[in-house]
Write a protein that binds this ligand. Structure first.
Ligand code: SF4
Length: 127
């Protein structure tokens, strides 16, 4: 499992699979934030994400929550997030929730239709 630098997640994600889809934060300028000052923002390659999902499917096949790392993973395009969610549901059939940190800007840059599609992808197709 690829985990880089300090990992931050909400308390209720303590038992979730933490999956890197980005490194750092695309904004990285909030005055009060000291989370990722030394990490250059990077979008993870789909191959690496799929390898991590494969490993999780072997090690913890019953996981039902996934939290996407790092600081504002919702900055990814709706298409990339769709690809990631579909890969998760394909290999981890018990996942009921996919969550991540998001800034207001990340949300504002998506259309209502994209937000609806991503909301639906947070749950498995058969749910
Ligand atoms: S958006 Fe979040 S992670 Fe990024 S600088 Fe602001 S508080 Fe830190």
């Amino acid at each position: 499992m690829n985990l880089t630098g300090m990992v931050y997640r909400p308390p209720y994600e303590a038992n979730s699979l933490l999956l890197h889809v980005t490194l750092g934060c695309s904004h990285n300028k909030c005055t009060f934030c000291h989370m990722y000052p030394d990490i250059q923002f990077t979008v993870c390659q789909m191959e690496q994400i799929e390898e991590d999902i494969e490993e999780a499917a072997r090690v913890c096949p019953d996981i039902d929550r996934v939290f996407l790392e790092h600081g504002d993973a919702f900055v990814l395009s709706a298409d990339k997030l769709t690809t990631i969610a579909e890969a998760i549901h394909r290999k981890l059939s018990k996942v009921k929730t996919i969550a991540m940190y998001a800034s207001i800007q990340n949300i504002k840059h998506k259309t209502d239709a994209e937000l609806r599609r991503l909301c639906d992808l947070g749950t498995p197709p058969e749910a």
